[in-house]
Design a protein around this ligand. Structure first.
Ligand code: ADP
Length: 374
């Protein structure tokens, strides 16, 4: 057909009838996956496909097959690439999906980073403590299989785990409670040295156990210290729990920013689909201990972190200074957010900003979630 042809929705639907949804034996029109929002503007065609879940493994292949079918059956000149929007009927990130696994938990916050060593665990631990100091009930799960450091930061390294039997005969792990935070770590169930050689499925199963077979009770905020980078573990956590929102921790260094970018992109993938609440700019500037009013930008510029945030339309929730005491307090098992110092205030500020970001997010939940497929 020629480029000056006229396109009709029925022509496009006929093409889409040739696209089968894998394993169903049915085509995507029959399965009512093609939303009634088709727009045709010259040769440009846009419409949405509706999938059940954002974790549907066939989203990309069905979108690609639909594009190919339209080009093959209608015309190679149809402008369709990238114009098919994906919607899901049951978004994973809605609080509703959390209900089945942890019915007493109101908000689940994933603390992540693109790269190791940027202070992700430090932020997770101090955020948990700051929220608990504000009077909230808080849980903290150390899911960083590559370097579980939360037990050390809470001074419970090597501590014994105990179980309690429930009325219905189940045995539940009892989280340690310190500084008002209930805490469990993958470090309690695996020898830290061997964690790196764990196969993904073993790590996933151990994490599921720490989530599902533990006595977390009622929590306002459940914070997860995620492994750095992008991995199967992220998928497991999202699928097991449903995460309300993620924080991405980075330093202002270019290498960290490049990896943070990948981290944000991962949360936006259809199969993960977790809203990014904001960026935490850690080690943002150096402040001498005796002169807390002075700021030296030694690792990089605020502007670079702001540019990343602007690219993804997310806020920078806090800038945490480089202060030797932060590391010293962590090493001593006493997170700095327990103090009344200016540095502690930075984490209190982060806690408030996170609560605000979650509130904004919870109020604006759309009935269906749009995700982009590239
Ligand atoms: P990650 O979890 O990203 O691997 P950690 O939280 O373990 O990173 O932090 C890495 C190191 O940097 C630790 O020694 C920690 O005490 C230190 N650190 C983290 N944030 C700061 C900060 N803002 N100022 C000084 N030291 C910090």
């Amino acid at each position: 057909m020629k480029a000056d042809m006229t396109l009709y929705p029925n022509l496009i639907l006929d093409a889409l009838r040739t696209v089968r949804y894998p394993g169903s034996g049915k085509n995507i029109v029959e399965l009512q996956m093609v939303e009634d929002d088709m727009r045709i503007d010259g040769m440009r065609v846009t419409f949405s496909l509706i999938f059940d879940k954002p974790t549907d493994p066939f989203i990309k292949s069905v979108v690609k097959a639909s594009e190919a079918a339209i080009r093959a059956y209608v015309s190679a000149d149809v402008d369709i690439a990238g114009n098919i929007a994906v919607k899901t009927r049951h978004p994973a990130a809605q609080p509703g999906s959390v209900v089945q696994v942890l019915p007493g938990v109101k908000n689940i916050i994933g603390v992540s980073s693109g790269k190791g060593g940027v202070g992700k665990s430090t932020v997770a631990a101090n955020l948990a403590v700051a929220l608990a100091r504000d009077g909230y009930s808080v849980g903290l799960l150390d899911a960083d299989i590559f370097g579980p450091s939360i037990p050390k930061m809470f001074g419970v390294e090597g501590a014994q785990l105990y179980m309690r039997e429930t009325d219905d005969g189940r045995n539940l792990l009892l989280p340690h409670e310190r500084y008002g935070v209930k805490m469990l770590s993958i470090g309690f169930v695996v020898d830290a040295g061997s964690a790196v050689v764990w196969r993904g499925s073993m790590a996933s199963n151990a994490l599921r156990q720490l989530i599902e077979q533990a006595d977390w009770g009622e929590l306002d905020y459940f914070i997860i210290d995620m492994p750095p980078g992008t991995s199967d573990i992220h998928l497991t956590l999202v699928q097991t729990l449903g995460i309300t929102g993620a924080l991405v921790v980075t330093t202002p260094q270019q290498v960290a920013l490049a990896d943070a970018r990948k981290g944000i992109a991962m949360f936006r993938e259809p199969k993960i689909n977790v809203p990014v609440l904001g960026i935490v700019d850690n080690m943002a500037y150096f402040t001498p201990e005796r002169h807390p009013e002075e700021q030296y930008y030694i690792f990089g510029r605020d502007e670079d972190v702001d540019a990343l945030a602007a690219d993804y339309d997310v806020p920078v929730l806090a800038r945490i200074p480089i202060v030797a005491a932060i590391g010293e307090h962590s090493d001593a098992g006493h997170p700095i957010a327990l103090d009344d110092s200016i540095t502690a205030q930075a984490f209190v500020h982060l806690a408030h900003e996170t609560i605000d970001a979650l509130d904004r997010r919870n109020r604006q939940l759309p009935p269906t979630v749009k995700v982009n497929v590239k």
